[in-house]
Design a protein. Structure first.
Length: 318
């Protein structure tokens, strides 16, 4: 296999439609622990059972990212592997994938592996994965694809609308005071991924209509116009469809998909949670984004690696 697109299960999809020739797509599951019960975030997970166990239990709950070995298995399957992980500020998934990438490229110098810290999750990851698939179809070279996907991620955005913040607060992924305050006054919170890939609250409202209006206003503020949107929901198709209709009303040229959240995002977004990833070409590039520096660093590493390959070939020819 020439290409392998790999993501952790926070991407919220299992398959990739119209996949490029000679290309694979795999998701590597997180594991969610609730008391003594362990749930693997794969296609066999019963999310309803997991959520019921979570709300019924007073025991500690948490999640564990995939180990390096899982990533390494996938990176060895193709000549070129490109991976996407949930924000490194929220999980060790990025670090785990990078350990695997280093091991594979050290033991198999002919392999090319790149890991993107999306500083995001869910719908934004879906958009980046689908964009990558299109670039592979175009026949672009590995380094050019990496640059283009990196630029895409610098424009893409993520928002989420939650009515419960319990697990985000308990696991230290959200400020305790902000999370508990929102729940105490029965507000639905509107959040976003910060430039550092952390969770920040950017608005609050009572009722779906006001919250959806805030989402559309924030999309407009960040420069969105007739682009691509992925709306993920946890047991809240009604709100997802209402949001879709409002976006289409304002921007009729938008391409919008609605998906159901998988296990990890359901665990943290909780019941009625909605996560929105969106992108359009005219959105501004955030050069102060952590991803800008991260991608620049790894591009330099790839350039150095390619230089060593060329030097090695020259030595053999001489």
């Amino acid at each position: 296999m020439k290409w392998n697109i790999v993501a952790d299960s926070s991407c919220d999809i299992f398959t990739l439609k119209d996949i490029a020739p000679d290309t694979g797509f795999t998701t590597i599951p997180f594991e969610i622990t609730i008391g003594e019960k362990n749930f693997v975030d794969d296609e066999n997970l019963d999310i309803e059972e997991m959520m019921q166990a979570m709300y019924a239990s007073k025991a500690a709950a948490g999640s564990a990212c995939p180990g390096p070995g899982k990533w390494e298995e996938e990176f060895l399957k193709a000549d070129y592997s490109i991976a996407f992980t949930i924000s490194s500020s929220l999980s060790g998934s990025f670090s785990s994938a990078n350990v695997a990438a280093h091991e594979v490229m050290t033991s198999h110098p002919e392999k090319n592996v790149y890991v993107f810290d999306t500083l995001s999750t869910s719908g934004e990851m879906v958009l980046a994965i689908e964009y990558l698939n299109g670039l592979i179809k175009e026949g672009l070279e590995f380094e050019e694809i990496i640059d283009k996907v990196g630029e895409y991620l610098l424009k893409a955005r993520l928002m989420f609308a939650l009515s419960k913040f319990t697990n985000l607060v308990k696991t230290g992924r959200m400020n305790k005071v902000a999370g508990l305050a929102a729940e105490l006054i029965s507000m639905r919170g509107l959040g976003a991924a910060s430039r550092e890939g952390k969770i920040k609250i950017i608005g609050k409202a009572r009722g779906d209509n006001k919250l959806i209006a805030q989402i559309v206003a924030e999309m407009e503020r960040t420069g969105y116009e007739n682009g691509s949107v992925v709306i993920g929901h946890r047991n809240n198709l009604r709100s997802a469809e209402t949001l879709k209709a409002k976006i289409e009303e304002k921007w009729p040229g938008s391409k919008i998909r609605i998906i159901e959240l998988r296990g990890l995002c359901s665990f943290y977004a909780e019941d009625k949670g909605v996560i929105i990833g969106y992108y359009s070409d005219n959105m501004t590039v955030r050069t102060d984004d952590h991803r800008f520096h991260l991608n620049l660093k790894f591009n330099i590493n790839n350039i150095f690696k390619n230089y060593l390959k060329k030097e090695d070939k020259s030595d053999k020819q001489s």
